[in-house]
Design a protein around this ligand. Sequence first.
Ligand code: C5P
Length: 269
Amino acid sequence: MAQTEAFAPAKINLTLHVTGQRADGYHLLDSLVVFADVGDVVRVSPAPQMSLRVSGPMGAGVPEDARNLCWRAAEAFGEPVAIALEKHLPAAAGIGGGSSDAAATLRAMEAAFDRRFDGDPALLGADVPVCRVARAARMQGIGDQLAPVTQPVLHAVLINPRVDVPTPAVFKALSCKENAAMGDLPADGADLAWLSAMRNDLQEAAIALQPVIQECLTALDAVGAGLARMSGSGATCFGLFRTATEATRAASALSAQHPGWWIVATAVR
Ligand code: C5P
């Protein structure tokens, strides 16, 4: 059997409302999720035993064993494979790097072994179900309730100050866990005006843990973003621009100002 390949796009939470907490500690969410044109690449080849090799510009420090969600996804699928993971997305960054890698591993394995994954992707992580669909969706529950949405392409700049933000710490630091749900989505998709009226309820808590996140938002505002907001539990922030050209120009200006930050212009859809 030949090698198969799957793309693991960055996941962006355009909104992320925290509406409650379950008895088991997991939080109830209401989020508009979209996917970028940038991402990691996962390649799998059937092999006598499991192995994982990580490469790519963001590969440093990424585990090459069962701590990696790709490995756990392959185990859940139930076939030994040699996995090659090409990392382009920063880890622990609020853009679903590990979750999208796990989802892509499942997709690559479905193609390699010509059968559907019949397990529960949510067992691999709360963001894995939406990453498996990899299309614009309203995500509710703890991440397990998904509804596809119509969403026009938006032009974004993603910016990460290269600090890790552990998701559990951010949820723990939340001052209010019962916030208003997201409003009804416009029938033809969310635009800048509608998005501006929504929130990321984790943003304030993440900034308290890593104040540099506020610097990212301020930097996006300063280069003309129509909206600047954090994705997931951070630290990655996105800015939205009217055109791809404006986004590319803003990304170049920001890269010159902050050479140590991870900054890309991308369409999100
Ligand atoms: O499921 P995942 O491993 O991605 O979640 C990481 C952590 O984020 C969980 O251990 C939990 O602390 C927090 N979380 C949460 N509510 C969610 C999703 C994640 O509290 N809906």
